[in-house]
Design a protein around this ligand. Structure first.
Ligand code: ADP
Ligand code: ASP
Ligand code: MG
Length: 405
């Protein structure tokens, strides 16, 4: 008998037939004697629909009320899933995030889980119930409902698996596992048998939405091994776990494309100490995350000046623009240019640590496709380039072909 946490994403519970399908799978495990905790997302499209509805009422609703609204999506699914299990004569009880003991900080719409007190979950499991928990939600110590950021049901599942010391954690989705690239963009992408936490984390934070990146961070921290697999068939999925020796034999594990970034360039910034500090202090104070930064001193005639470019998440661009405009008089740059028309293409692999020539091969591949590189950043296990958005998918396919084709 094992304790299993199974998470089903939006498409997997997208209509009554799919929910019944989930129930049949869960029932199969239960009938073998396993204890099962099921985490479900809102039915596909529901969260987006709720956001749209809110925006029709007012453009910038308070984040507390957004959480109150968004949490209803998952609440619908837990009840329907419990009913589908009852229809199969399986004992099942649905719980909201708060009822499952998920306590978070009070940063509405992107709350962090602080503790989980799963007393009720344990009690229900012990009395032979399947426990169905609403993903993506928790509550603050003062009792306010919070949500965990888009894709947050992954985090609910991983965190519950850690808190319950589950034997198995399975993330069921609409693809067979983690692929070398998004199979919807790169038809030749291959399913990986396994991937390390660090590689999965990079891919997820660089645009591969198959797993929410914070959930992978959490899994790494607490050593939760999990499998990403399909809810539509019985195929084996991808195991995400600690790096093993032989993983370094593979140079590139995957390619990802992030279409959700925007770039700001400050042209002709005076070249003296403290300028970058002032720019990024102001951006940080506005709670805007900066990803890539490139600064280039111009050695032309006249006073030394630099161009300073950085990227932010697209939705943060208007806020970032305002911060930068407010700094103009103080810093004295010539102009600020905002560009939403960018994509960030990345290759990821722990094998990069022990192989050379990877960057050159990536850049040559892009050059052959006549794709211009606007920015570059690297870490030990990844290389990212900013390119024109319209060329993103072509670039992704070419780079995938060069390294993994
Ligand atoms: P769920 O609703 O189950 O959480 P998501 O839509 O959040 O599912 O994530 C699954 C999707 O992630 C897939 O349909 C696929 O298009 C996309 N995806 C992006 N990159 C990858 C990748 N490297 N491997 C697998 N899927 C990927
Ligand atoms: N329903 C939420 C979302 O769409 C959480 C999730 O699906 O994981 O982001
Ligand atoms: Mg998801």
């Amino acid at each position: 008998m094992a304790l299993i946490v199974q998470k089903f994403g939006g498409t997997s519970v997208g209509n009554p037939e799919r929910i019944k399908n989930v129930a049949r799978r869960v029932a199969g495990y239960r009938q073998k004697g396993d204890q099962v905790v099921v985490v479900v997302s809102a039915m596909s499209g529901v969260t987006d629909g709720l956001i749209k509805l809110a925006k029709e009422i007012m453009p910038l609703p308070t984040e507390r009320e957004m959480d109150m609204l968004l949490a209803t999506g998952e609440q619908t699914t837990i009840a329907l899933t419990a009913m589908a299990l009852h229809a199969l004569d399986i004992k099942a009880v649905s719980l909201t995030g708060p009822q499952a003991g998920i306590l978070t900080d009070d940063v509405h719409t992107k709350a962090k889980i602080q503790t989980i007190a799963p007393k009720q979950v344990h009690a229900l499991l012990d009395s032979g119930h399947v426990v169905i928990v609403a993903g993506f939600q928790g509550q603050t110590s003062a009792g306010h409902i919070t949500t965990l950021g888009r894709g947050g049901s992954d985090l609910t599942a991983i965190a519950l698996a850690a808190a319950l010391k589950a034997d198995v954690c399975q993330i069921y989705t609409d693809v067979d596992g983690v692929y070398t690239a998004d199979p919807r963009i790169v038809p030749g992408a291959r399913k990986l048998e396994e991937i390390s936490y660090d590689e999965m984390l990079e891919l997820a934070s660089l645009g591969a939405k198959v797993m929410q990146s914070r959930s992978v961070e959490f899994a790494k921290k607490f050593g939760v091994v999990f499998e990403v697999r399909s809810s539509l068939n019985g195929n084996r999925g991808t195991i995400v776990k600690e790096e093993t020796m032989n993983m370094e034999d593979v140079v590139i594990r995957g390619v990802s494309l992030d279409k959700n970034q925007a770039k700001i360039t400050l042209v002709a910034v005076p070249d003296h100490p403290g300028v970058a500090a002032r720019v990024f202090k102001a951006i940080g104070d506005a709670a805007i995350n900066v990803d890539m930064i490139v600064q280039n001193i111009s050695h032309g005639l006249g006073t030394p000046a630099t161009d300073l470019s950085f990227t932010v998440d697209k939705p943060d661009l208007p806020k970032a623009r305002k911060v930068i405009d407010n700094l103009k008089a103080d810093i004295g740059y010539r102009e600020a240019i905002a560009d939403e028309n960018i994509g960030k293409l990345s290759i990821v692999g722990v094998g990069m640590r022990s192989h050379s020539g990877v960057a050159a091969k990536m850049f040559e591949t892009l050059a052959k496709e006549k794709i211009n590189i606007e920015m570059i950043s690297t870490s030990e296990i990844k290389i990212s380039v900013v390119i024109e958005l319209g060329q993103g998918e072509q670039a992704m396919q070419a780079v995938h072909q060069a390294f993994l084709g």
